[in-house]
Design a protein around this ligand. Structure first.
Ligand SMILES: [Zn+2]
Ligand SMILES: [Zn+2]
Length: 182
């Protein structure tokens, strides 16, 4: 009975969107498990329903095309260093535009955006797939320290993965709740 009810609820787009929005909000201050539990309780759905939305979210409604530029970003900034392709996920670019606003409209420098398979082999790293899928960027924000950028990215709820590096912050639209520091 209950299983049937929550399956119906997540089939509706609005339901999934509500779950995701609530989850993102909790994730800014909680671990993934805590956020899943809190979201389930608040929206009166099962934790499995929340997990299901979280796991399918990055692949939903994303059409990766050759990036043609957005309000504040150009194709060149995201282009693969070896071949010049920039197959970026529009949802990720949208998140970056929102993040730019959160950063007080400071300009964001992209040191790495799209990486084709071949180029990615050359640079490697655990984060590789998100750059290959056009859902990641390594960034600096003018006038902000790396730590400030990391903290703002974390609070924003805009990104699934956030990595702190010496000199830049990696952000991506992969599965939510991934945080690391190198
Ligand atoms: Zn390339
Ligand atoms: Zn990266």
């Amino acid at each position: 009975m209950q299983a049937n009810w929550y399956h119906q609820s997540i089939q509706q787009e609005a339901g999934a969107k509500d779950i995701l929005a609530t989850l993102m909000l909790f994730l800014s201050t909680m671990t993934m498990e805590q956020a899943v539990a809190a979201t389930a309780q608040k929206l009166k759905v099962s934790p499995d329903a929340v997990r299901q939305v979280q796991q399918t979210q990055p692949k939903t409604d994303t059409t990766v095309n050759e990036f043609q530029g957005s309000a504040h970003f150009s194709k060149t900034e995201f282009a693969c260093k070896c071949c010049g392709q920039a197959m970026m996920d529009p949802a990720f670019i949208q998140a970056l535009e929102k993040f730019r606003t959160i950063c007080g409209n400071r300009s964001i420098r992209i040191s790495s955006g799209y990486r084709c398979q071949k180029h990615n082999k050359g640079v490697g790293g655990a984060e590789k797939s998100q750059h290959v899928e056009g859902q990641a960027a390594d960034i600096n924000v003018q006038g902000l320290t790396t730590k400030q950028v990391y903290d703002l990215a974390n609070k924003s709820g805009l990104f699934g993965g956030i990595g702190y590096y010496q000199g830049w912050v990696h952000v991506d639209n992969g599965p939510a709740g991934r945080r690391w520091s190198k």
